[in-house]
Structures are given as C-alpha cells and as structure tokens.
Design a protein around this ligand. Structure first.
Ligand code: SF4
Length: 233
C-alpha cells in the first residue's frame, strides 16, 4: 500500500473512521468527489517558484521568510524519489521547500493558502503528521538530521483590510493580490509515524470493511441510496 504523508495525518485525528479509510483505499474511485481546486495548486506552484528564484539570485531567504533562519542550499529532489517503505507501506509526499542549513541540518517547509488560526485549526494534527512524515522520509533517504519544520500560511486580504490596499496593486494587465505570510513552527517528533503506518497497514489488510463511526449519518444515507437503486432496478 502507498500513502501520502498528508493522508497519513488523517489517521491521527480524533474522528478518524477506519471504514472510510478502508473503502477509499479499496475502491477504484469514489462517486461525488470534488477535485482539489486548481487555484490553490497554482498559488503553491507560484510561491515555490518565487522562493526558489529569490534564493538562487540572493543566496538567502526572502525577507518575509528570514525568521526561519539561514539557508545553504535548496534540496531539489524528484517527487518519485521522495518516499520510503516500512512494513509493506510506502510513505510518499513532496514538501514545498526543503533546504540545508550551514550547520548541515535540514529544514522542511509546507505552504498553506489559508487564514492562520494557530492550534484552533482543526487540520493542525493532520499538518503535524504531514510535516513529520516528510521529515521521516527525508531522513530515511539520507537528508539527516531534519531539525526544523514549518508551516507557512499565506493569508489573502480580508474585507476589513481592503481599505489599506493601494492602487499599486492594479496595473494595465490586471491586478495582483498581496498575501500575508504567517510562520508556524511544528515540533519535530517522528515517533508517531511508525505507529500510524502500522495502523494504516492493519486497517488496509482487513478482509472486510471495519465498523464506521457511531452516529455518522452518511453511512445510513449510503444504505438508503443503495436501497433506492436496488428497489428501482
Ligand atoms: S461512518 Fe461515516 S465516516 Fe465512516 S465510512 Fe461511514 S460515512 Fe464514512
């Protein structure tokens, strides 16, 4: 089985449903699934390009990332090579930015286009595992030690800040949108990765889907849907 570091993070949340996980991993695609909005991948790709170009030209991080510390070189690695295998499970993924510091340690950064809400963010446990999953892979393939993990949120302007946006953001070709970066440090602790990989493997290997979450209405709706289709055919 193959699982991304981000998907592994879902196994760490309180309301993780092993049934949903099993079905998703065994089904050849699920109905009514909405794809990831293309605008976010465009913003991520643009941000990566901006940072990489700045580091190449200036040998340092952009000012708005400088509190992250020094940088010796950006690590460029093919997504197909950023993976490791444990107990029959391949853990994969691709950090938005991985770099080496002058002391030989490594740092990993992931970008999020969202408002920063700190530990109030319901997705924070997922992100903690995602970043530590990247660290786990990086160290397994030789980039060690990984010492620092960061989330960088890029907050779009909110209504209350519109008045402060100057005409400088408008030009003949269109306009640009300023994003405010907010840096959140994640504790490096890869101990849980092995535990979650084991949990993922055991759940996946079950011969039948396990019991779902008590009280979840969606499974009932699904049964009703199947009933309607069966009775109608
Ligand atoms: S109980 Fe809910 S979360 Fe679990 S499989 Fe059913 S629909 Fe999915």
């Amino acid at each position: 089985m193959r699982i991304s570091a981000k998907d592994l993070g879902w196994l760490a949340v309180d309301d993780f449903c092993p049934r949903c996980f099993w079905i998703e991993r065994h089904a050849n695609g699920l109905p009514y699934q909405m794809g990831f909005p293309g605008i976010f991948s465009s913003i991520d790709a643009y941000t990566k390009n901006i940072v990489e170009r700045y580091v190449k030209n200036n040998k340092e991080l952009p000012k708005w990332l400088s509190s992250i510390g020094d940088i010796k070189r950006i690590i460029s690695i093919k997504p197909s090579e950023f993976k490791t295998e444990r107990g029959g499970v391949t853990l994969s993924g691709m950090p938005d930015l991985m770099f080496e510091r002058h002391d030989g340690s490594f740092a990993i950064v992931d970008y999020k286009t969202a408002k920063y809400t700190g530990n109030q963010d319901a997705l924070m446990p997922v992100y903690q595992i995602q970043l530590n999953g990247y660290a786990y892979i990086a160290e397994a393939i030789g980039y060690r030690p990984v010492r620092d993990l960061y989330l960088v949120y890029f907050e779009p302007p909110y209504r209350e800040t519109y008045d402060a946006i100057t005409d400088g953001h408008t030009n003949e070709d269109g306009f640009d949108m300023p994003f405010k970066p907010v840096i959140h440090r994640i504790k490096k602790d890869t101990a849980e990765i092995d535990v979650l990989l084991g949990k993922a493997s055991r759940t996946y290997e079950l011969s039948r889907p396990p019991t779902g979450l008590a009280g979840c209405k969606d499974c009932k709706r699904l049964e009703d849907l199947i009933c309607i289709v069966s009775n109608g055919s």
